[in-house]
Design a protein. Sequence first.
Length: 134
Amino acid sequence: ALSPLFVRRFGERRSTSMLFLTATACCAVLVVTRSAVLTVAAAGVLRAASGMFSPAKMTIQNRVITVQERTTMLAAFYMVSRAGMALVDLGAGAAVKAGLWAGALLLAVFCLLGFGLYWLWSAGKNRPDQTSQT
């Protein structure tokens, strides 16, 4: 898998930030392009970034949860994230009614919001990879 190699190469904070920003850029391309080639390329890169983000997300969740009831907390994280994704899906579906560009714009905003929240959260943490690689 590429994700662990990517994280090892750039550090957790930098690699996660790069994935968020890559997703944002791909959504921005989808907002402005009319080219079929660019649309397919942006969708492919977006899918790859999403696939690389999933293992990193699980690593972060596993490290953050330090309580005895790990299974319960992971289930709670899962439920909250699924509920959030349901709201994003509803919002994107409503935005797409105005045009595909509107749905992509909304998703770009959500990517930026996720990046901002991650950046704020990670800035408050003492991580070894932050001191040497960010």
